[in-house]
Design a protein around this ligand. Structure first.
Ligand code: FAD
Ligand code: FES
Length: 256
C-alpha cells in the first residue's frame, strides 16, 4: 500500500496486486477494513483500465477513516469488493459529457475522467467542473494540468486566499460562466453537499433526468444488501447504486 497526501484531510491509497488482476468499473466501491476498528465504503478513484493497481482517496471524518489515515506505506488493510453499479461509459459514446464534483466527491469522478481519457476519441466535448471550499482543500492538485490536455477543466473555491487567481463561488456558480449545451449531454455528479443543487441546475438547463447520473452516499454496513442500512425508497444503495440516474430516484422523498 502506498500513501499520498492530497490535502490536509484527504489521502490517496494505492494498492498494488502481487499477482492477478483487479477489475472494476468507474463508479464502483470497495469496503476497506482496519482490524480492531471497523470497515467503511470508498469509491475507487483510479483508472479502471489499470488492472495492476487500484486507488481510493479518503477524507478523514471519523474512527475508520482516521485509522486508515494513520496507515503508512507497507501497512496492511482488508479490502472486499468491488461492489455496486458503475458509470455507464457506453451511454457516453458520441455524446458530450459534463462532470461536476464537490470536495471529496471528485474521487469517483476521477476514475470516470481517467476512463473517458483512455478512449478519448469515443466521446464529444468533455467538461469537468470542480469546487472545493478553499484552495488548500483542492485535491489532485498535480493532476488538473494533465487532465486539461484532454478535457475542459473549470475549478472554483468558495473562499479564495491570496494564492488563488481563479473563479470564486460554490460550484453551481460555474454554470453562469461555462457554456453547456444539455442536448445529448451526459452529466455525472458527486459530492454530498452539492449534489442536490447541481441536479437542480442541470434540470433547469434542460438535461434529461435519465442523463443525470448521481453517485449517492448513504450509511452502509454490509455493502452486499444484507443489513438494510442503505435503503432509499425501493432501492439499496449498496446493490442498486451507488450510481443512480435522477430519473430513478426523483420520486423518493429527500433522495440526497
Ligand atoms: C458508496 C460510498 C462511497 C464512498 N466513497 C468515499 C470516498 O471515495 N472517499 C471518502 O472519503 N468517503 C467516501 N464515502 C464516505 C465514507 O464511507 C465515510 O466517510 C466513512 O464511512 C466514515 O467512516 P468513519 O468511521 O471514519 O466515520 P464515523 O466515525 O462513522 O462518522 C464520523 C462522522 O461522519 C458522518 N458520516 C459517516 N459516514 C458518512 C457518510 N457516508 N455520509 C455522510 N456522513 C457520514 C457520521 O455521521 C459522523 O458525523 C463513501 C460512502 C459510500 C456510501
Ligand atoms: S449496506 Fe447493508 S443492505 Fe446496503
Amino acid at each position: 500500500m502506498k500513501v499520498k497526501e492530497e490535502s490536509p484531510d484527504v489521502k490517496t491509497f494505492t494498492f498494488k496486486l502481487e499477482e492477478g488482476e483487479f477489475r472494476f468499473k468507474a463508479g464502483q466501491f470497495v469496503e476497506v477494513s482496519v482490524f480492531g476498528v471497523g470497515e467503511a465504503p470508498f469509491t475507487l478513484s483510479s483508472s479502471p483500465f489499470d488492472t495492476e493497481k487500484f486507488e481510493v482517496s479518503i477524507m478523514r471524518v471519523g474512527s475508520v477513516t482516521s485509522a486508515i489515515h494513520r496507515k503508512k506505506e507497507g501497512d496492511v488493510v482488508g479490502i472486499r469488493g468491488p461492489y455496486g453499479t458503475h458509470f455507464p461509459l457506453e451511454k457516453c459514446e458520441g455524446k458530450d459529457v459534463t462532470i461536476v464534483g464537490g470536495g471529496i466527491g471528485i474521487a469517483p469522478l476521477r476514475s470516470l475522467i481517467y476512463a473517458l481519457i483512455h478512449e478519448r476519441e469515443k466521446y464529444g466535448n468533455i467538461k469537468v467542473l470542480y469546487g472545493a471550499r478553499e484552495p488548500r482543500l483542492i485535491v489532485y492538485k498535480d493532476l488538473w494540468d494533465e487532465f486539461k490536455k484532454h478535457v475542459e477543466v473549470y475549478l472554483t473555491v468558495d473562499f479564495a486566499d491570496e494564492t488563488w487567481k481563479g473563479h470564486v463561488g460554490v460550484v453551481t456558480t460555474l454554470f453562469d460562466v461555462v457554456e453547456i449545451n444539455p442536448k445529448d449531454n451526459m452529466a455525472f455528479v458527486c459530492g454530498p453537499p452539492i449534489i442536490k443543487f447541481v441536479t437542480q441546475k442541470l434540470l433547469e438547463l434542460g438535461f434529461a433526468p435519465e442523463n443525470i447520473h448521481l453517485s449517492l452516499e448513504r450509511m452502509m454496513k454490509c455493502g452486499i444488501r444484507k443489513c438494510g442500512h442503505c435503503n432509499i425508497g425501493k432501492y439499496y444503495v449498496c446493490r442498486d447504486g451507488a450510481v443512480f440516474t435522477y430519473d430513478m430516484i426523483k420520486d423518493i422523498p429527500n433522495p440526497f
